[in-house]
Each structure stands twice: as structure tokens, then as C-alpha cells.
Write a protein that binds this ligand. Structure first.
Ligand code: AQP
Length: 339
């Protein structure tokens, strides 16, 4: 069993990234270890350059993200952790896969539509091509499972189509690329902005007050949750209900932190006097979950040499795997000499 996922070194990572993705990575590392498999995690710096960005900041954010992932529980001795740009096999595979990618499929991507609307100066071709590079990231490692949040469902469907189309076109004998399954958590797959519970908590689109950053101090987390938008039901109703977006988001966060269902989280609050009690319970659970991550991050972040060594060693391991896939893909496509 092989697991792969990528995360962008953009902005400050938030609670949505943690509950939808990072926590699943740690779980994947554990499961892969128990089953004799491999878990591979990539900091996707080449994806980050598809929108406006600052080069110096990109490098800083890459180290931030590496330190954060390790602080959250990824162990470079038990998984492969690397930076996307250190593995040129992925970018070459991206181009090769473009030949079996439908332009119409890329045109239908929600993420492209949403992100291109907010670009002020340039809508890059890279932003349009993002799902093909993402497909190459995953397919290079022939992995079975991709842990992601709900917002990535459409991209995973596209990479499955790309893998199937490639195999149908080029694999005479069986399968060259593995068609992966997404792994989207049942709880916490789409955490919403605390100030605007109709929008997803996001690095670029969300409000500062509506976003809990993983490195926020406990007082800040408390304040943001205290001000979270709920509703004006009188008496207040603490229930997981699609018409109660703010309250449901808080219950989803609480449930994800405590590894229970949102209905169970609501049942635990049966004696609550109002939304204040719900917000206090969510604050306590989030602070308890994030404090050790923040403290460990602070110990790790200063040593960039150590982080760089971890990423380079991870890239060596990753290249060994990706090179084998690429040789087979090139061979099947008739690209380059016979090897
Ligand atoms: N709100 C969310 N709830 C649950 N999961 C989420 N993810 C993102 N937002 C939520 C998951 O986090 C992983 C990493 O995402 P990324 O590499 O795309 O990083 P990002 O672009 O910085 O994340 P955002 O917040 O989604 O930024 P915007 O909105 O600016 O693009 C992915 O598995 C994602 O599903």
C-alpha cells in the first residue's frame, strides 16, 4: 500500500489544512508502516508559482511547511518527505501526461475558475495546467491512496481519468500507471471560514478573523472562536444541520478534534446554555490539539540546514521511485531511445 499527498508552501497553514489533510498524512504514515507500505509527502513549490508570489517568501514558506509537517508528526525516518522541484521526473511526467489530458476537462476545474477570478495581473497557463502536474506528482509514485480535503475531489477524479486514458492508450500488457483512490475524511473534510461559514477556510480567500492558523497563540484562537458567526435562533439550537452553517462548522471542528461524529459532539453539549458553551468547547479542543504542534514547530524551524538535509534526502528516495515509472512511461510512449 502506497500513499502520496502534496501540500503547497503558501501562506500560513490553517485548521482546514490540518484537519482535512495534515492529520491524515500522519495517520497514513502509521498505516503504511504497519502494512509494509510507503507514505510519500511532497511540498509542492512548483504548484505555488502558478499564482502571484514572492520568490524569497516561497523559500521561507517551504521551510515553514517542512517544519510544520514534522511538528505535526511526520517522521522523515518513517516516510519520504521532499520538495517537488527537487524531482524533475515529476515535471517531465507532467508534459508526457499532457498528451492524454483533455483540454475540456481542465476547463471544467472549479479551482481554476475560482483562482483565475482573483488574479489581478496574469492568469498563468500554469494555473490552468495545475491538475496535470498534480496528476504527475501522484502517478509518478504509483500510489493507491491520496489523502486530501473535499476541495481536491475534482482534481483526483481528473488524475484518475488521466491514468486510465494513459493505460488504455499506451499499456499493451496490463497497467503502467496506478489509478489512485482519494481519501477524504468523514469529518473535517471542509472546514469553513468562522466569519463566513458559506466559504471554505482558505489560505488566499478567507478572512483573517475567520481563519485559525496552526501557529496562532491560544488567546488568538479563543478570540477568533468567540467571535465565530452562529445564528439568531432563540433559544439557541446546537445541532448539525445544513441550514445552520456556522453552528455545524463549529460542531464539525469539535468532532474532528475529538475523533467523534458531529452528532455525538452535539449530544455532548446537550446541557449547554448557549452558543458560548459550544465556542468554549471548540476552543479547548483546538488549543489542546494545536499547542504541541506549535511548540515543536518553534524548536524545529530555526535549523534550516537540518530541514534542507531532510528534504534533499527525501528527494533522493523519491527520485529513485519516480525514475522507474518515468522510464516505463517514456518507453511505452516511444519517447527517447530504447532502454
Ligand atoms: N478548509 C479546508 N478544510 C479541509 N481541508 C482543506 N484543505 C484546504 N482547505 C481546507 C486541504 O489542505 C490540503 C493542502 O492544500 P493546498 O496545498 O491546496 O494548500 P493551500 O492552497 O494553501 O490550501 P487552501 O487553504 O485550499 O488555499 P487556497 O484556498 O488559497 O487554495 C489539501 O488536501 C486541501 O484539500
Amino acid at each position: 500500500m502506497r500513499i502520496f499527498s502534496g501540500i503547497q508552501p503558501t501562506g500560513r497553514k490553517h485548521l482546514g489544512n490540518y484537519l482535512g489533510a495534515i492529520r491524515q498524512y500522519v495517520d497514513g504514515q502509521q498505516r503504511a508502516g504497519e502494512q509494509g507500505g510507503l507514505a510519500i509527502f511532497c511540498i509542492v513549490d512548483l504548484h505555488a508559482i502558478t499564482v502571484a508570489y514572492d520568490p524569497a517568501e516561497l523559500r521561507e514558506r517551504t521551510y515553514d511547511t517542512a517544519a510544520l509537517l514534522i511538528a505535526a508528526g511526520l517522521d522523515p525516518e518513517r516516510c519520504v518527505l521532499f520538495r517537488q522541484s527537487d524531482v524533475p521526473e515529476q515535471t517531465e511526467l507532467c508534459w508526457l501526461l499532457s498528451s492524454v489530458t483533455a483540454h475540456g476537462d481542465l476547463n471544467r476545474m472549479h479551482q481554476f475558475k475560482e483562482k483565475s477570478e482573483v488574479q489581478r495581473e496574469l492568469i498563468s497557463a500554469g494555473l490552468f495546467f495545475y491538475p496535470v502536474l498534480q496528476a504527475a506528482d501522484v502517478l509518478a509514485y504509483r500510489c493507491d491512496e491520496v489523502p486530501v480535503g473535499e476541495d481536491q475531489r475534482q482534481h483526483i477524479e481528473t488524475m484518475r481519468d488521466i491514468a486510465e486514458r494513459f493505460n488504455a492508450r499506451f499499456a499493451d500488457r496490463g497497467e503502467i500507471l496506478v489509478t489512485p483512490e482519494h481519501r477524504i475524511p468523514e469529518v473535517g473534510a471542509r472546514i469553513m471560514d468562522l466569519q463566513d461559514p458559506d466559504s471554505k477556510m482558505s489560505t488566499t480567500a478567507a478572512s483573517e478573523e475567520g481563519t485559525i492558523y496552526l501557529l496562532d497563540e491560544p488567546e488568538t484562537i479563543k478570540r477568533k472562536l468567540n467571535r465565530a458567526v452562529t445564528d439568531s435562533d432563540d433559544p439557541p439550537v446546537i445541532a448539525f444541520d445544513p441550514d445552520k452553517r456556522g453552528v455545524s462548522n463549529l460542531l464539525d471542528i469539535l468532532a474532528a478534534c475529538k475523533a467523534i461524529s458531529p452528532d455525538e459532539a452535539a449530544a455532548e453539549l446537550a446541557a449547554a446554555r448557549g452558543y458560548g458553551d459550544l465556542k468554549a468547547a471548540v476552543s479547548d479542543a483546538v488549543i489542546e490539539m494545536l499547542t504541541p504542534v506549535r511548540e515543536r514547530y518553534e524548536q524545529l524551524r530555526g535549523d534550516e540546514t537540518a530541514l534542507e538535509q531532510i528534504l534533499l534526502r527525501g528527494a533522493e528516495q523519491a527520485r529513485e521511485i519516480a525514475a522507474v515509472t518515468l522510464t516505463e512511461v517514456r518507453g511505452a510512449m516511444g519517447v527517447g531511445p530504447v532502454v
